[in-house]
Design a protein around this ligand. Structure first.
Ligand SMILES: *Cc1c(COP(=O)(O)O)cnc(C)c1O
Length: 371
């Protein structure tokens, strides 16, 4: 029985030929060529005015948050369910991540709780579109404008997701993307900062270039202390090829998701990534959550999948449960869902037979309960 990995990039001759070209020719005057092309392609895909390719999503978030002036004593509200990459830049800036609970269906930040967590020190709210599931952007943006607090979109997991005609990452004060090897579009490591705000763009552009403003004519003359989170031209070359294949990459994710959904929806005690009316879910990670009464545990799920030689990934543990933060067990869903949920494999080259093997394992878990 072949091993089924939970994710694996899809690299074709196109990516190889662009990367080869960048390695052979993309130096000297041409050292930014693929970077510029990648940024242009990304901007037009997303429908935003500005984009800056970065070495990671974490770097994009760090610079964007710094440009918003987030610093010591400030608070940034975010969902307790997330990868630490969203919280780390807040900590690095001397501010405090404030973790609130998630919604039961989207597993994304609960807007009511986000609003309730606002204090005079709140500097931003982060909307992270978990596993491709969209946050309730209408409510979050309304809260943001009511209190004058910017809403940041961490769209690292949400390429391909569309909210009432707008792409994930294009609605907040800025958006961030990740091209880590596990993500739908990959450059090995990499990220993107996007915004429609000209001033924010200029600030992040300066920060991203070690604090050198575009208008500075003196060499080696930074105007402020900045960051070094640049993407290389070789990585961008792979990104350009992936952008040409973006519809194919996202559609394959969606096909796999739809196949899982079709086969699992008959079981009322399992839920899968939602796709509310007027939205498209890019489904970076098809995920199943079992009802409490199903009696399933994370450990049982992992054992069942590993017995079938399938890599299934655990649902993010709550950030507040990690050793560097303070436990917030009142975030009940963020604390309970990971104990009865699992990410299902979804890489591009997964075969129909592989998908059926995964479905069979999930089914044995639900059927066992009714015995
Ligand atoms: C993957 C991921 C990140 C981090 O991306 P890097 O490119 O590894 O920095 C940030 N936020 C979320 C929600 C992610 O899934």
């Amino acid at each position: 029985m072949n091993r089924i990995y939970y994710t694996k990039p899809s690299i074709t001759e196109l990516e190889v030929s662009y990367a080869t070209d960048a390695a052979r020719n993309g130096w000297g005057e041409d050292c930014y060529e693929y970077i510029n092309r990648f940024e242009e392609a990304f901007k037009s895909h997303l429908g935003v005015k500005y984009a800056i390719a970065t070495s990671s999503c974490t770097g994009a978030l760090h610079m964007g948050m710094a440009a918003l002036g987030i610093g010591p004593g400030d608070e940034v509200i975010m969902a307790d369910t997330n990868w630490i990459a969203t919280a780390a830049p807040v900590v690095h800036l001397g501010a405090k991540p404030v973790f609130v609970d998630i919604l039961p269906d989207s597993w994304c930040i609960d807007p009511v709780l986000a609003e309730a967590a606002i204090t005079p020190r709140t500097k931003a709210i982060v909307a992270a579109h978990l596993y491709g599931n969209l946050c309730d952007m209408d409510r979050l943006l309304a809260i943001g404008s009511k209190y004058g607090i910017p809403v940041i979109e961490d769209a690292a997991e949400a390429i391909g997701s569309v909210y009432h005609g707008k792409r994930a990452g294009s609605m907040g004060v800025f958006g961030s993307f990740s091209f880590h090897g596990t993500k739908t579009l990959t450059t090995g490591e990499g990220g993107m900062f996007v915004t429609n705000d000209a001033n924010l763009y200029e600030t992040v552009l300066t920060l991203s270039n070690h604090g050198r403003t575009r208008s500075q004519t003196k060499q080696f003359w930074p105007d402020m202390v900045g960051f070094k989170y640049k993407m290389s031209n070789i990585q961008a070359a792979i990104g350009c090829a992936q952008m040409e294949r973006i519809d194919e990459l996202v559609n394959r994710k969606r096909d796999i998701f739809l196949c899982y959904r079709e086969n699992l929806e008959i079981h009322s005690d399992v839920s899968i990534n939602p796709e509310p009316k007027g939205t498209v879910n890019g489904v970076w990670m098809p995920t199943v959550v079992f009802d409490k009464q199903a009696g399933v545990t994370r450990e049982k799920l992992q054992a069942a999948f590993s017995a079938e030689n399938i890599d299934a990934r655990v649902f993010f543990p709550p950030l507040s449960s990690l050793p560097m933060f303070v436990d917030e067990p009142q975030n009940r869903l963020a604390w309970s869902i990971p104990e009865r949920a699992i990410n299902l494999p979804s890489y591009h080259d997964l075969t129909d037979g592989d998908i059926l093997r995964v479905i069979d394992v999930v089914k044995t878990q639900v059927d066992r309960k009714s015995v």
